[in-house]
Structures are given as structure tokens and as C-alpha cells.
Ligand binder design. Structure first.
Ligand code: ARG
Length: 599
């Protein structure tokens, strides 16, 4: 058998690069520059698998008809065992098909590689991803869903590519909401030691409230403060005292944090989302005084209308970018100040190459100000990349931001349990499952519905959260992908139960167009993954697995696998199935969900 690998090359190339290399050699052999040899996926799959349009571009340099150039190169490529077809067509396209043996060898190389042919980053980067962004003492709502789901996936893609990725939840734990809670609590239970300014002992270890009490206290307080100016005044005063070191209030803050974070962790766990760091806005506060001092000393920060600001507009701006406000006229810090000081500790503790913020795209201008200010004042190195990954709004079927039936903000927990229920109803009818199994499976499949429904859209776009569509087993959905994996698992089990094993077997050259199409889809894995990382684009992973799942299902419907009598061929099919399963499972893992054994 011909071997298509050349030299000592150990790392697997991307299939397109591999083909491009061959086409380059042919261009050079015909006396043309290799820069014209770029190969792309065919946009006429009915005619060919790959194409090269370089002959058309080469016309100017060589003053020859494009078709002649294409014909010369095609003639060269016909001698090349990598291709089963190399055809020049008018006006100068080069249509290519790969030879079956080459495709099979590519499959076997992927199969033999623990990383499915995807090279790890040679120079791993340290990247901090700021995502989640929940606010302490306020329940998670659907607005926090996108940040968590997208951030987690980007983190996993980066880790898979071999980078050092640190996820930081960046809790909203610094602001008026703390003062509101303290004020309301003081009104209800003034006898608590936290309010006694003369108290000097230890504060109780037990929190004075449960999470459900806390979640009731906050909205109540928030409502009151909107209706009652003196109440709001009191809350602002409490916030001020908390931020200026009042002991009893700080003790309360840590109770609020503990109770709230325990609950948040449980919620994120249900989403299969986790964070390396549980830092919050409060952790940035100690860095503010020195940072502000330096900004002033270096002449960047100046007083304007009483407030301290840094100019961040640039000549090329087409829209006005207002100055970045560092301190309010009363000396209080702001959301900006906290984000800037957070950059200070992130640089100091981790020296990251890149910071990625997965935040609602409506905060884009704000982050432009923060990034420019950080760069201008030297909080980051010139080479530190600052990236804002703004996501669009999750809308309801009416095209307006997703709400409860009553029109309120939907709690994430409520949303998830509704989808779990919907999924459970679909799965329950599966006879060979106990009720407990059905519940467990429903949870796994429901998570795929939510995450895939979100991630399959380009992050920056708004999308419609359509439970019915997302939970469907057909179409471009998470459950469809899982269904495909489960189908593969079931065939593999049947094969095993028949006492057979494909261990050590090779994947043979494809026996049908459907099988070859599946192989070509699978072969795109390494290029796709690299690209999804570079473009921080989980939707590319979704689009890819949808293609793989479709190609697999075509193959499956047109191929007798279990009834195949040729044992070598059957073992080859089984290995291809195992490879397909690995590819799909690796992809859903970076998307942040998993597949059940049956459904
Ligand atoms: N807590 C904020 C919110 O709920 C999101 C925080 C985003 N991250 C940041 N570094 N500012 O809107």
C-alpha cells in the first residue's frame, strides 16, 4: 500500500494543507509560483470535493489563458496518487477529488492519535476569561445564561488547544445591593450584633439568613428604595460605611457572599459550568488607591466637572468615545474603576497574554473605554490582548427579551426545570428505562438543548429561545447530535454483544460515496478546532458536528453495518463509527455537555 505521509513529519497536517502541498508541488513543477496553489473545499460538491482557483489569478503574471495553466497543473496532478481526479474546467478551475486510499490513511492516522490529529499549541498562552458575572444576592436570571454558556465553551476550546486558561466568575459583590440588604436586615432585626457599633467580639459563624430569605430581602429592599428617598439614602450610607471598613457590615458581607456563592456554585454545576477563580469586584478594591495615584502622577487622569477622568478618544473614532471616568466627584469608585483595578491584579498575579470578556454586547462602548484606558495608562503590556466578546440578547418567540409568562424576569432555575420537564415527557415513553433513568437522561439531553441552542448562533447575534425547536430530536439541535451519538453507541454495543471486536482493525478505503463523505467531514476536525479557537467561535464547532452527524446518518441509512458478512469490512465500519463517536464526543465536551447511553 502506498504511504502518503512524507519524511519524518509526525504531527498530523490539516487535510487542506496536505492537499495544498501537493498542488503547490504541481504548480512549481509546471513553472508557476506556489502562491497560486491555494485549495479550498468545493462549492460544487456535485462536481468535486476540493477546488483550486489559482490558475485564474496566475493569468496576469504569466499572460496565458487560465484554462491552459489549469490543464498543465491537472496533468501533473493526475500522476499524483493523492488524487483520484484532477480536472481543469472552464474558465480555469481545477476540480479535485481525493483518492480513497489517501482518505482512509488520513482516517487511520486520526484514529491512532489521542488528539485526533489536532496539534497542541506550541507556545501555550495564558488567557483569563471573565464570564458568568453573576450578582451576589440576586438570583441568576436568563441574562446570565449566555455569558456562562459561551464563556465555558471558549475556555474548553482553549484548554483543548493546549493553552493555560483561567476562568474568573467576576462576582458583582460591590455596590448598592449590599447596602440595600444591610438596610433591610437592620429594619427587620435591629438586635443583631452586626448593627451594634460598640460590639468588639467575634461575629457569629452562622449566617443570619438563608438563601431564600436573602433572595426575598434584596428585591424587597430594591423596591422600597425606589419609592422612598430616605430608605435609599440609608442604603447608600450603609454602602459607604461597608466600603470604608465598618466591621459589622463587613461581617455581614461575608455572610452574604458565602450564602450566595454556595447557591451560585450549585446553579453553575447544573449547567456544567465551572470557574478556576471566584473573585469579585470587591477583590479589586485594594488596588484602586495606588492605581489612581499613578494615573494622576503620570498625567493621564485629570479633574473634569469635579470627577476624575482619563481621555480615551482616538482620531479614527467615527462615534464619540467619552472619557473613562475613574472617580466620581464625591471620590467614590465606579464600575469602571473596579474593572480597571481588576486588570491590575490579573496582570500582577497571572501576567496573562490575553484577557477575554464575555459580556452582553450592550456594554461594548464601556469596554472600549476601559481597554483604551488600561492601555494608555500602562496597566497592561503593549502586547497584552484585550478582547471583548459581546453577546446578543436571548429573545422569546415574540422577538422581545425573554420573559416569564407574566412578563417578569425569568429565573435561570425555573427556565432549566421547564426544559427538563419537557425533555422528561419526551423520554419517559422509552419503555426500557426506569423513571429514575428517564429523569437523569432528560437532564443531560435538556442541557444539550439549551447549550446547543445558544452556541449554534454566532455569539454576537440575538437569537430566539424556542424551547420546542431546541428540544426537538430532529434538525440542527443538541438532542439531534446526542441522538446520533447514542445511535452509534448502540451499534457498537450490538457488535460487542455479538462477541466481536474491531481492536487493531484498520479503516479501509470507503465503499460508497456516503462513506467517503463522512470521512471527509471527519477529516476537517483539526482545522475546524484551530479555527474555532482563533476566532473564539463555538458556533463553528456546532456547525461542524451538525455536518458530521448528517454525514453519519446518511451513511448509516445506506449501509448495512450489522448485516455485513465480510468481517474485515465490518470491522472497518466499526472503527469508523468509533472514530466518528470520538470526534463528536470531543466536540460536545468543548461545548460543555455530554451524551447519555440511551435516549
Ligand atoms: N455583573 C455584571 C452584570 O450582571 C456583569 C459583569 C461583567 N464583567 C465585567 N468584568 N464587568 O451585568
Amino acid at each position: 500500500m502506498t504511504s502518503f505521509q512524507y519524511g519524518e513529519e509526525k504531527n498530523m497536517k490539516k487535510i487542506l494543507d496536505r492537499i495544498t502541498d501537493e498542488v503547490k508541488t504541481a504548480f512549481i513543477a509546471c513553472g508557476y509560483d506556489e502562491k497560486y496553489a491555494k485549495v479550498t473545499l468545493s462549492n460544487r460538491p456535485d462536481l468535486c470535493e476540493y477546488q483550486c482557483n489559482g490558475a485564474m489569478a496566475a493569468v496576469r503574471e504569466y499572460k496565458k489563458a487560465p484554462l491552459i495553466i489549469a490543464e498543465e497543473v491537472a496533468a501533473k496532478l493526475k500522476e499524483n496518487p493523492v488524487f483520484s481526479m484532477a480536472e481543469a474546467v472552464k474558465p480555469g478551475f481545477l476540480n479535485l477529488k481525493l483518492c480513497d486510499a489517501f482518505v482512509a490513511e488520513f482516517m487511520n492516522d486520526m484514529d491512532a492519535d489521542a488528539r485526533l490529529g489536532c496539534e497542541e499549541a506550541k507556545e501555550p498562552k495564558t488567557i483569563i476569561i471573565d464570564y458568568g458575572g453573576p450578582n451576589v444576592a440576586k438570583p441568576l436570571h436568563v441574562g446570565h445564561l449566555r455569558s456562562a454558556v459561551i464563556g465555558e465553551s471558549i475556555k474548553r476550546i482553549g484548554k483543548f488547544m493546549g493553552h493555560h486558561i483561567i476562568g474568573d466568575v467576576h462576582l458583582g459583590d460591590w455596590g448598592l445591593q449590599m447596602g440595600l440588604i444591610i438596610t433591610e436586615l437592620k429594619l427587620r432585626r435591629p438586635e443583631l450584633v452586626y448593627f451594634d457599633e460598640n460590639y468588639s467580639g467575634e461575629y457569629p459563624a452562622e449566617p443570619p439568613f438563608t438563601i431564600s430569605e436573602l433572595e426575598e430581602i434584596y428585591p424587597t429592599a430594591s423596591k422600597k428604595s425606589k419609592e422612598d428617598a430616605s430608605y435609599k439614602e440609608a442604603a447608600m450610607q450603609a454602602t459607604y460605611e461597608l466600603q470604608h471598613g465598618r466591621k459589622g457590615y463587613q461581617a455581614l458581607l461575608s455572610h452574604i457572599l458565602n450564602v450566595s456563592v454556595t447557591d451560585l456554585k450549585r446553579n453553575y454545576e447544573n449547567l456544567n459550568v465551572s470557574f478556576e477563580l471566584w473573585k469579585g469586584e470587591s477583590d479589586a478594591q485594594p488596588y484602586i488607591p495606588d492605581m489612581v495615584k499613578k494615573m494622576k502622577e503620570d498625567g493621564f487622569a485629570y479633574i473634569s466637572d469635579g470627577a476624575l477622568v482619563v481621555d480615551v478618544k482616538e482620531e479614527s473614532d467615527t462615534k464619540e468615545v467619552p472619557p473613562c471616568m475613574i472617580l466620581k466627584s464625591d471620590g467614590a469608585s465606579l464600575y469602571n474603576t473596579t474593572d480597571l483595578a481588576t486588570i491590575v491584579w490579573r496582570m500582577k498575579d497571572y501576567d496573562p497574554d490575553m484577557l477575554i470578556y464575555v459580556v452582553d454586547k450592550r456594554q461594548e462602548l464601556y469596554f472600549t473605554q476601559v481597554f483604551r484606558c488600561a492601555r494608555k495608562t500602562g496597566l497592561v503590556k503593549p502586547e497584552t490582548e484585550l478582547k471583548f466578546l459581546g453577546f446578543g440578547t436571548m429573545n422569546g418567540k415574540d422577538g422581545k427579551p425573554f420573559k416569564t409568562r407574566e412578563g417578569g424576569v425569568m429565573r435561570l432555575e425555573v427556565l432549566l426545570s421547564e426544559i427538563n420537564e419537557e425533555m422528561y415527557n419526551k423520554i419517559r415513553d422509552n419503555q426500557n428505562m426506569t423513571d429514575e433513568e428517564a429523569r437523569k437522561t432528560a437532564k443531560i439531553v435538556a442541557l444539550s438543548a439549551v447549550k446547543y441552542g445558544d452556541l449554534s448562533n454566532q455569539a454576537s447575534k440575538d437569537y430566539i429561545f424556542d424551547i420546542e425547536r431546541f428540544t426537538s430530536f430532529e434538525g440542527n439541535t443538541g438532542p439531534y447530535i446526542l441522538y446520533t451519538i447514542v445511535r452509534i453507541k448502540s451499534i457498537l454495543n450490538k457488535y460487542k454483544d455479538a462477541g466481536k471486536s474491531a481492536d487493531g482493525a484498520k479503516i479501509l478505503p470507503p465503499h460508497s460515496e456516503d462513506e467517503k463523505a463522512l470521512m471527509l467531514e471527519i477529516g476537517r476536525f483539526n482545522a475546524m478546532m484551530e479555527n474555532a479557537f482563533e476566532e473564539t467561535a463555538p458556533h463553528k464547532v456546532c456547525a461542524y458536528i451538525y455536518d458530521v452527524a448528517n454525514a453519519f446518518n446518511h451513511f448509516y441509512h445506506n449501509t448495512k453495518i450489522m448485516a455485513e458478512e465480510d468481517v474485515t469490512l465490518q470491522a472497518s465500519y466499526i472503527r469508523l463509527l468509533e472514530l466518528t463517536k470520538r470526534v463528536l464526543e470531543t466536540c460536545i465536551d468543548v461545548l460543555g455537555f455530554s451524551a447519555p447511553d440511551k435516549m
